[in-house]
Design a protein around this ligand. Sequence first.
Ligand code: ADP
Length: 472
Amino acid sequence: MKKLSIGMRLTLWYLAIFAVAQLVFGAGMWFLLRHHLYALVNDSLESQVEDLQNFLEAQKKNATTAKMREEVGETYLLEHSGDYLELHAEDGALIYRSSFLEKHPVTLAAPGQADQAISRNLSLGGRPFRFRAQKLEANAHVYTAITGVPTDDVVETLSLFRTYLLMFAPLLFLAAAGGGYWLSQRALAPVDALVGTAREISGANLNSRLPKLETGDELQRLSDTLNEMLDRIETAFLRITQFTADASHELRTPVSLIRTEAELALRRSRGEAEYIESLRHILLEAERTTSLIEQLLALARTDSGRETLHMQPVNLARMLNNVGDGWRHVATIRNLQFSMSLPAQDAFVLGDEAALRRLADILLDNAFKYTPSPGSVHLSFDQKGEKAILLVQDSGVGITEDDQPKVFERFYRVDKARSREQAGAGLGLAIAQWIVGQHRGSISVESRPGRGATFRVEMPVIAAPVAAPQPA
Ligand code: ADP
């Protein structure tokens, strides 16, 4: 079964609560009114009984029943109505009974039995009454009196009140239903607008945003949060499309160079030396392409979160020594001075050895690439407190202050023409920054153009792992 909309459910809940409240209020008011009206009737009965009591007390002590009968007829009824009065002596003998009660006898209690006053609503001759039977003591005699008051007004008022209630309650209910539905639709209209716009947003128009609400309530929070989410998605989306475009562009250059080289070689027949030269160029470009593809794959893996590092204690001092040794022959080929200052003692970081080697290789590769001969490259490592500090310094071309923060961006190259010549696609430092980040470290550069550059990596050190005891 299809679920009701939130607006409809809110309205139904509201109506159910409204109906219960209306019922409780109506019934409460009716009972309250009834209670007050009958309290007035009771007051009138009580004053009648009081008058009778005064009358009885004023009679002679030894008055007989017959005398009493005479006195009621002559004195009492002159001042009081007595239309609904009945009076009995102690022995049950009737002293007085109005003509109305002759026709419509009322029995509330046997004479002398009404120890407590007994009150009843009765209908006599088609009219509503409230009667009371009560024992009265006067001059050492006990009488039983029955007095009554017609209650047509009370009954009529109550029935009128009930009629009004039953007449207006459904009207109020209908008005509340209409109002409630209108209100809920009005309150939820912005949600429909949000849904409508959200449905239209796709990869093609990711820059669209949901309407900005100024309601200061949950709906504004919802639209703001969704818009912030769209900002993040758009940034990620643009990053990916930019990456794809840059990657395709970078790949196109070496591939077209390989193609041109091969086409040129095949255009006419050549000597062996020329073919070897062409093949060497092709091989060089193929190697560059392979390295570029590896870099692209590495970045794609980091983006997708699939690049996982295997963290374990790595002796950074020893590892850097190994890496540095590997670069000595490059220094010789390029006619550059290469020196290292590494501490003799071990220093450990929690890291992935292969990734840390790659980091050192990227920094050293750049230092050698961007330092023309004669020049120098220096690799140093130091431990300061809880930090391992790795420095790669060169005396090369350096980087301007404006370019320094940008060199860590993907595909950013300061001098595009020179970099291309030296096989850089502007990805090395982006990969280096990712590796450092994974090791909870930081990377920065200090440089003055023409005076060389210093790349500085900081990482937290850990205590040396305890070697497993050797079996005896
Ligand atoms: P590339 O593969 O082009 O070297 P990187 O991301 O490693 O890419 O470096 C980005 C850019 O930063 C380089 O193109 C270069 O212009 C500049 N750069 C990096 N290292 C150095 C350095 N040691 N000296 C001068 N410029 C450098």
